[in-house]
Design a protein around this ligand. Structure first.
Ligand code: ATP
Length: 361
């Protein structure tokens, strides 16, 4: 078990490019942390610095309260699973799983016991004699995960381990990794660009953009109380609707529609913040006029509808603002119709357009 601390970590690559800026995070023992963000935001670089595969340009990295900047990956007691799961093609699944243990010169019986155990946990028992080429992508990925966790590392580092799997396999492996984490309890840092993986797997999520931490929090905190427009737009699918608005004389005016809203009772901090983003999540709405004082009513013209099975997405316009609404499949309005919908005040988010910061209390 390990506790990790990253303190004012910066990474400047030899070509002068700074990939990570002032990264601060304390990771508790046994915690499952997910680093998430768009391509190039510095997730892998951060993970590789934790692993000891990449130098830390400045700042301190502590493992169990001990400065660990200059420890080798082996000395840090980490096990890594990469995006490309390089299995040894000429070795069987059994031999691939046993590889690291053989290097440790463990007793044959003990190795066999461990391999059988891990293979059982990961549903690989019947494939132990096969070569990697005789396995499906998902099975190969499980061998790669098994090879990493068989060593009982203090820390697991996973860099997009599910990226080569199809959608169904991803869902299965997601719950297998969560289950494994529950059983093994090792501190885990997991990198993905997929916000659904982050939301479903993490104890806490770290959202990164352009090398900067945007937010750290539980999935619930990031979903319900996003600190800025980037986090609000990144977490949730379809993304939050943002409507460019002007705040004038304490009234929110949509810039490209004839809509004015007086929200002051709910947002007492609003002053003369001229340019703002008015946000609400596609799934926070209900079609029609719901009664209630704390409701806001809006109307949009339906452009396109998309039935997904259990839900449907409605692409619509309020004036010249494009929005998406997520509705029940039996609630789909007709294309071209005017669709009235209700948004509870508590589901409204306002952001400063310039800084992106939340204006919600
Ligand atoms: P992805 O999701 O695409 O893997 P990421 O968030 O993991 O992205 P990193 O791989 O950490 O991003 O890269 C962060 C930034 O650092 C990128 O702009 C990348 O081009 C740059 N970078 C990565 N490795 C190097 C290197 N060796 N030298 C210079 N720049 C690098």
């Amino acid at each position: 078990m390990a506790k990790l601390k990253l303190e004012n970590i910066n990474k400047i690559y030899p070509n002068g490019f700074q990939a990570v800026y002032d990264f601060n995070l304390e990771i508790n023992e046994g915690e499952f942390i997910v680093l998430v963000g768009p391509s190039g935001c510095g997730k892998s670089t951060t993970l590789r610095m934790i692993a000891g595969l990449e130098d830390i340009s400045s700042g301190n990295f502590f493992a169990n309260n001990r400065l660990a900047n200059s420890l080798t990956p082996k000395e840090r007691g980490v096990a890594m699973v990469f995006q490309s799961y390089a299995l040894y093609p000429h070795l069987s699944v059994y031999e691939n799983l046993a590889f690291g243990l053989n290097l440790q010169a463990l007793d044959e019986d003990l190795i066999e016991e461990k391999v059988f155990h891990i293979a059982g946990v990961l549903g690989l028992s019947e494939y132990l004699d096969r070569k990697p080429r005789e396995l499906s992508g998902g099975q190969r990925q499980r061998v790669a995960v098994g090879r990493a966790i068989i060593r009982k590392a203090d820390v697991f580092l996973m860099d997009e381990p599910l990226s080569n799997l199809d959608a169904k396999q991803r869902v299965t492996m997601r719950s297998e990794i969560i289950d494994l984490h529950r059983k093994v309890g090792s501190t885990t840092v997991y990198v993905t660009h997929d916000q659904v993986e982050a939301m479903t797997m993490a104890d806490r999520i770290v959202v990164l953009k352009d090398g900067y931490i945007q937010a750290v929090g539980t999935p619930e905190e990031l979903y319900f109380k996003p600190v800025n427009a980037f986090v609000a737009g990144f977490i949730g699918e379809p993304p939050m609707n943002f409507i460019d608005s002007i705040l004038e004389s304490n009234v929110v005016k949509f810039t490209k529609a004839n809509v004015m809203l007086n929200l002051l009772d709910e947002f007492p901090i609003l002053k003369e913040h001229s340019e703002i983003l008015f946000g609400f999540r596609p799934e926070a709405i209900t079609i029609g006029h719901l009664p209630g004082e704390k409701m806001l009513y809006l109307e949009a013209v339906v452009e396109l509808t998309e039935l997904l099975g259990d839900t449907a997405n409605i692409y619509a316009n309020i004036g010249d603002h494009n929005i998406i609404l997520k509705v029940e499949p039996y609630d789909i309005p007709k294309i071209g119709s005017r669709c009235k919908f209700s948004v509870p005040y508590e589901s409204i988010y306002l952001f400063d357009k310039i800084t992106g910061r939340t204006l919600n209390l």
